[in-house]
Write a protein that binds this ligand. Structure first.
Ligand code: URA
Length: 209
């Protein structure tokens, strides 16, 4: 397993995860549950972030406040990563957002790049949003991309992982923490996660069937 893997461990997260798993959950409810999970994933990722103290005046007196010391960037792996973005932009007002566009070759499950747009990444907390960590090919590739662009502090936010994807990240990027809502049993022969939740992009955007 990955040395820096955290699996969300609270009933509310499992409740939202179950909404995502249920096959008849409609896109609107699916997006809402994804947004809620994104918030929890972000809070977990931020657990060890440094803060700087500053003086703040309450209506009663001056006290010491805290703010996150570094900038924060979310990098959504298109297209399913978009589902996690809204939860993050709501929680982190000064969030900067980058995108990496990949599609998965259905035969090999290897990522193919079609779009990349990244803000400055040096000296920021970078959250790579890859909801389905299946083979790990896309996430590993996306993390390579952000590291090449100057990121040194990267965390992956994942909704549902397969053991194979976690292992791949342990080999390729053991320094990159993974925060996941669930780690499932296995990948099937088409590289879908079992029991999983199906195709995350299709379910978010109603492109199934
Ligand atoms: N991507 C998905 O959307 N679902 C899977 O199960 C695997 C990869």
């Amino acid at each position: 397993m990955h040395p820096k893997l955290t699996i969300l461990d609270n009933p509310l997260s499992r409740h939202h995860m179950t909404i995502l798993r249920k096959k008849d959950t409609e896109p609107d409810a699916f997006r809402t549950a994804t947004r809620r999970l994104a918030t929890t994933l972000a809070y977990e990722a931020a657990r060890d972030w440094e803060v700087e103290e500053f003086q703040v005046e309450t209506p009663m007196e001056i006290t010491t406040g805290e703010r996150i010391a570094k900038g924060i960037v979310a990098v959504a792996v298109l297209r399913a990563g978009l589902g996690l973005l809204e939860g993050l932009t709501r929680q982190i007002p000064d969030l900067r957002v980058g995108y990496v566009g990949l599609f998965r070759d259905e035969e090999t499950a290897q990522p193919q790049e079609y779009y990349t747009k990244l803000p400055p990444l040096a000296d920021t907390h970078v959250l790579v949003l890859e909801p389905m960590l299946a083979t790990g090919g896309s996430l590993s590739w996306a993390v390579d991309k952000v590291k090449q662009a100057g990121a040194t502090d990267v965390t992956a936010l994942v909704v549902c992982a397969a053991p194979a994807g976690v292992e791949r990240m342990a080999e390729d990027h053991p320094d990159v923490p993974i925060v996941a809502a669930a780690v499932d049993r296995e990948l099937d022969y088409k590289y879908y996660i079992r029991p999983g939740l199906g195709d995350m992009g299709d379910r978010l955007f109603g492109t199934t069937g």
